[in-house]
Design a protein around this ligand. Sequence first.
Ligand code: DQA
Length: 142
Amino acid sequence: DTVFVLNGPNLNLLGLREPEIYGADTLDDIAGMLEDRARELDLTVDVRQSNHEGHLVDWLHEANAAGAKAVLLNAAGYTHTSVALHDAIKAIAVPVIEVHLSNPHRRENFRHHSYVGGAARGTIAGFGAMSYLLALDAAARL
Ligand code: DQA
């Protein structure tokens, strides 16, 4: 079974970008950790990143068409703006788990609302790279 791991804008800069908030791991580091854990869980991960909202919408549709087991979605800034991502999650049968490195509820007010969270199966936030690993474990048990 395949789990899609979709990452939104600016996450290509992980490791360099505000490391005091997002940690020192790069997205490649996180992808490596996910691949190791996926092997133990007898899963395959397909890790992608885009700075473009429509790519994330297309990839949600693709995950659905491919019969993916689950999607882990860190929509980054689009979390707080994107009705299109909310609608795409609602439109597909694949369960989507919202993931964040930081805990948006501890941060600025504009991060307190999530369009993704209102459609996702559940949310894991605040544990840095470990948020992704916890989400993968949750996906394996769905
Ligand atoms: C983030 C939290 C968002 O508020 C922010 O816009 C990001 C990253 C996180 O993983 O902590 O880009 O999704």
